[in-house]
Ligand binder design. Structure first.
Ligand SMILES: [Zn+2]
Length: 258
């Protein structure tokens, strides 16, 4: 297997909770941003149920976790972060969430969306993948296709000036069906720096760092590099279609100037 080298000009990471994007594809995001891509992060919830003490004020916790996520996003280099403020632990792939995600996609207009693999219910047969991760993954996929590109889906948005948008690729992370590996040797330290920003969630950072280094090294070994992140890649519109669309645009532009 070889390192995956395709790079989106614009990409959006859709995550259930603050810190998912940093445990997930942060090193890939940092690598792409360093190479000139523009990235945007969408957090469906603000992680208001992510504490051990039942006396924790969920609103204070949400505000803290949003601050932590914004700090982490600055380390990775995202152009911005949107919080949808859905309830932590109760995320549902319904029309309300889909409309929010379609609005984000039609506004930012990414070539690729990165989201949790919703089919990975029992990771490595060693636990249950959080219901919010599965809901966010399915919601992202359903927002990407067909909703965001269908001008008859959420027509009020279209009338409001947000045109339909074709996302061409889905990169599913935390997957049990990895099809591509991205060489993140140069940015795995940035992923760790981003993770460090989530102080409220990480009691033993040394253990986290050890685990992240082991995982990325394991994946890296599969393509002969020091560190990698892996994805289940769904190509909705391949590069041939992209070329055709570009040619059509060029034709249209040359026609309008004639
Ligand atoms: Zn999570």
């Amino acid at each position: 297997m070889e390192a995956h080298t395709w790079r989106p000009a614009r990409f959006m990471v859709i995550a259930a909770h603050p810190d998912d994007a940093d445990f997930g594809p942060a090193a890939t995001a940092a690598k792409w941003i360093d190479a000139g891509s523009v990235g945007w992060l969408v957090c469906c919830t603000s992680g208001d149920a992510g504490a051990e003490d039942p006396g924790t004020d969920p609103l204070e916790l949400a505000a803290l976790r949003e601050r932590e996520q914004r700090a982490a996003a600055a380390v990775v280099g995202y152009a911005g972060v949107t919080f949808l403020h859905m309830p932590d632990g109760a995320l549902v792939n319904d029309l309300i969430l889909r409309e929010h995600l379609v609005r984000e996609i039609r506004t930012f207009r990414p070539d690729a969306v990165l989201a949790t693999d919703p089919e990975n219910t029992f990771p490595r047969d060693q636990g249950v993948n959080h219901t919010d991760h599965r809901a966010a993954g399915f919601a992202a996929a359903d927002a990407v296709y067909p909703a965001a590109r269908n001008p008859m889906a959420f027509p009020a948005m279209i009338r409001g000036g947000l045109a339909a948008h074709r996302v061409r690729r889905l990169y599913l992370f935390w997957t049990h069906k990895a099809t591509v590996h991205v060489d993140v040797t140069a940015t795995v330290d940035r992923k760790l720096d981003a993770l460090r920003a989530h102080a409220s969630q990480l009691k033993d950072f040394a253990a986290i760092e050890k685990r992240i280094r082991e995982w990325t090294a394991e994946l890296g070994a599969e393509i002969g590099v020091a560190a990698a992140e892996s994805f289940h890649l769904i190509v909705i519109d391949d590069d041939e279609a992209e070329q055709t669309a570009d040619e059509e645009t060029e034709l249209a532009e040359s026609g309008s100037t004639a």
